[in-house]
Design a protein around this ligand. Sequence first.
Ligand code: LLP
Length: 487
Amino acid sequence: MLADNVVPRRLIAAQATLDERINLRGYRRRVRHVLSELQRCVPDPKSYHPVLAGDRRAEPVTGHLCLAMGHDRIEGVASTTPSTSESRTALLSDIAAVAGTPCYVYDAGTIRKAYATLDDAFDGYPHAIHYALKANSTLAIVRLVQALGSHADANSLGEVDVAFRCGFRPEQIVFTGVGKSAAEIDRAVSLGLLAINVESPGELDRIDQRAIAQGVQARVALRVNPDIDAKSHPHISTGLKSNKFGVPIDEAPALFREISSRRGLLPIGAHVHIGSQITTLDPLSKAAEAVVALARGLRSDGVELQHLDMGGGLGISYDGSPVVDPAEYVRALVAATRGSGLKVAIEPGRVLVGPAGVLLSKVVDVKQFPGAKRFIVLDAGMTELMRPALYNAYHRIEPLIRRDGDEVPVDIVGPICESTDAYARDRHFPPVEVGDVVVVRDVGAYGAVMGHTYLRRPLPPEVLIDGDKWRVIRRRQTLDELLALED
Ligand code: LLP
């Protein structure tokens, strides 16, 4: 006798096997279809060889209507697995074919969603989100964030200018930077920015002098160093007294009294930023509590501030493991600040744009050293994305179209003649062949902005997907443009 549930169980198992076969066949068909589509659309390599001197054919590509995507509107090309969705795969294949590789691709919807999550979590508490332009200052991205109601955090006069060009007003911009030149101070003072975040007693003095010379009062916020370990990568931690940033927090009360006594300065806030890619709430809450305590002490000293600028630093999940929920982070800041009645400013960069970007790259070689390593060589390397070479940073990498076969350990490397030019080492990766497109995920922040032109490699294009449209927001640099400054 069979137990009651055996027959249904067998039926379910049989159905599952059938489904799997059908899906597999469908999948194989899909792969073949997309591959043949790819071959069909890949343009003549010469017409996409921007390094050919004088070749102007790689002109901006705009207003491309891509395949209808139905419900799958690429809500995060990066935060979902591209190879699991036919439409996403087809879209990215289309972009790789038209814009060429390497190529950055961003998704506007993902940025909007990340902004709304932070903004909504303030739940009516007075605040300002100053987008840290350093994360990604491509004009179309900055305009997009500006249109959402963001304010700006600029780190150089170049970024201040970009902020203006993208519609920010002076009173929406905070200007940060650990070593501001005389020219930068002069211009920042003359622009009447919301705040110049001051990094040292010497800088405070220089700002005062320039403000007096211009007959104005400069609004300043003092950047304090609370000596808190952000528990992030040492290269991107800034809140310990062994780091070069800000002034020790116990010197802050005296410096604020000094600011109040200066004719050219108006104290407007306290600023703290203890590092980037912070994945636990504790250091961020502690830093917030430290500046709130400072502000309380200042009030009893007669120094009234208008805002507490808690900096940026919130991390994202590069490997899928859990990180701080952005809404929880905001709630922690508000909880720390509420009693002070002061407005909260934050300077997020990575959390707004990081997960919204992928880098499309093509396999240019696959080689196996006998009994040793297998290398997948890409057409993108440390020139396009510095993070792995600079911080040993982890980025998920996937073939755009997965081929059948087992994963094996490989080094995924770039074409640059530096051994540090590797995106991943001993990574388990499915089979790929020369010409396949791979997707490097979570590169919307500190990706394109940190790109460079070593080996005379022109900067790659950037593409923005918005709904069911995409367009090139920065075209590929030509070699002529790269050489234009030279004699
Ligand atoms: N505010 C200040 C004063 C900063 O120095 C930074 C980042 C931010 C805000 C924005 O931080 P976020 O929210 O993006 O963590 N290149 C490195 C990151 C360097 C961050 C520099 N400062 C990377 O690729 O990880």
